[in-house]
Design a protein around this ligand. Structure first.
Ligand code: ADP
Length: 452
């Protein structure tokens, strides 16, 4: 028992003793004194009680009341308990707030439905997926707001073990949602939605790619099979046999090119790292491209070149060679005999600093209609299938070029007029350029080793 309570008890005992003494001995003065003390105690307790009630009504706004004796302990313990509860509620509130914040940043939509399928809560992603208003639509029935017949049937059927794929119209384009419901608690439901538009697109591309590769490989295989049959079943003289063997060789070369290109593409797509950087002597590379064009053309075209000699490029020599020489070989392959092909290496300078540099291949070939241009870098996209095959194309050259250029932060620009010719331009940003003669980091390390 604390001191305050002990004092209160002693006071009460004294009061009782005085009262009893007064009654027995008949002292009216003592009776008056006892009554006065009693009134004093009642008044003190009433005041303290009303202070306590006033404080409990608004504990944050009112200072903790002060009291004497036992009341001091009452006030102290009440305020301590209140502080403890306030702290605990604050902690729980901040936990709930963090939990809701985490659900808000989720890339998936989250909706909580009550036992009547009314919306209890939803995050911003769900609001965007289903066109909901986070405030206005609370307590609304889900099927009144999400009216897709597939969704209504899914919710009513109650078979939630599989997700539902829903097509929806957004402000800009159609998109596909994967929606799944998970029952919990007392008939409540958690609805999760995920935008799978990109996933569906990638899956469709993968299916197209497998179909295309199978088709591309099947064609030369069928032709080869036909030649094998011819050689086995028909008596051929030496000249005929040699001709058939040449054609078989051409088909097997075609398959090999295709597989080589597929491997290059797989490597480029699977390797997330930027290419190893070496400083490439572009003027020398340009001479190499010109020689390759001359060899491929065998005198059927005029081939010119214009090269600035003060700028080199940072990047992977192998990757850039495969991308740029593909543009050169395309120009030769898609330009009829007698046409011309021009190679260019030039740059734009601002305040004596290169802003960008451009590698261009300009031809006077068959050209490309505008509607095909955005699709040229798709795998196996060809404007003229027959012409591409005839000239040994795999349909993968520009897809490879696009990947390589992306890895070098370079851009491919295509300008073309059907019947007149095309201009393929590769624009390298300033960060990829180096003054002629800059030693490569790899070369510098090699030279340092030699010098040591
Ligand atoms: P391909 O192996 O078929 O040449 P590419 O990916 O290199 O494949 O090119 C894709 C398509 O772009 C070609 O099939 C062709 O139709 C078109 N093309 C590319 N370069 C040129 C060009 N210089 N002139 C006209 N058409 C071109």
């Amino acid at each position: 028992m604390s001191v305050a309570w002990r004092i209160s008890l002693i006071l009460l005992l004294v009061l009782l003793a005085a009262g009893a003494g007064a009654l027995i001995d008949g002292y009216p003065g003592a009776v008056m004194a006892a009554l006065l003390v009693l009134v004093g105690v009642v008044v003190r307790d009433s005041l303290a009680l009303s202070r306590l009630i006033r404080w409990l009504r608004a504990p944050e706004a009112t200072p903790t009341p002060k009291g004497s004796g036992a009341w001091a302990e009452v006030f102290y313990r009440a305020s301590r308990q209140l502080r403890l509860w306030t702290g605990r509620v604050g902690y729980e509130e901040s936990k709930l707030h963090r939990f809701i914040e985490a659900l808000q940043v989720s890339p998936n939509g989250v909706i909580l439905l009550d036992e009547n399928n009314q919306i209890d809560w939803c995050n911003a992603t769900a609001a965007q997926h289903f066109g909901l208003d986070v405030q206005r639509d609370l307590r609304q029935h889900a099927v009144h707001l999400i009216r897709n017949p597939e969704f209504v049937a899914y919710l009513q059927a109650g078979h939630f073990h599989e997700p539902l794929h829903m097509h929806r119209a957004g402000s800009r384009a159609q998109f596909t949602l994967s929606v799944q419901i998970f029952p919990y608690g007392d008939q409540q439901k958690l609805l999760l939605s995920q935008d799978i538009t990109q996933l569906e697109r990638t899956e469709a591309m993968r299916r197209d790619f497998v179909a295309n590769v199978s088709h591309e490989i099947k064609t030369p295989l069928t032709v080869l099979g036909g030649f094998v049959e011819t050689m086995r079943d028909m008596p051929l003289d030496d000249t005929q046999r040699l001709r058939v063997l040449d054609m078989m060789q051409a088909q097997s070369d075609r398959m090999r090119h295709l597989v080589d290109d597929l491997l290059v593409l797989a490597r480029l797509e699977g390797d997330p790292y930027p290419p190893a950087e070496v400083v490439i002597d572009m003027p020398s590379m340009m001479t190499q491209y010109q020689n390759e064009a001359l060899a491929l053309s065998s005198g059927r075209h005029r081939i010119g070149m214009e090269v600035r000699t003060d700028l080199w490029v940072r990047g992977s020599p192998q990757e850039l060679h495969s991308a740029l020489s593909n543009l050169v070989s395309n120009a030769v392959r898609y330009t009829p005999d007698g046409g011309s092909i021009h190679l260019q290496w030039d740059a734009v300078f601002v305040d004596d600093k290169p802003r960008w540099a451009e590698f261009s291949v300009i031809d006077t070939g068959i050209g490309i209609a505008a509607e095909h241009i955005p699709r040229l870098t798709e795998r196996f996209y060809r404007v003229d299938r027959g012409r591409s095959r005839e000239s040994g194309g795999t349909g993968l050259g520009l897809a490879i070029a696009k990947h390589v250029l992306l890895r070098h932060q370079a851009e491919l620009l295509v300008h073309s007029t059907p019947g007149k010719g095309s201009r393929f331009v590769v624009r390298f940003p300033a960060a990829r350029l180096a003054p002629a003669g800059t030693p490569s980091a790899a070369n510098a390390a090699e030279n340092a080793l030699k010098a040591a």
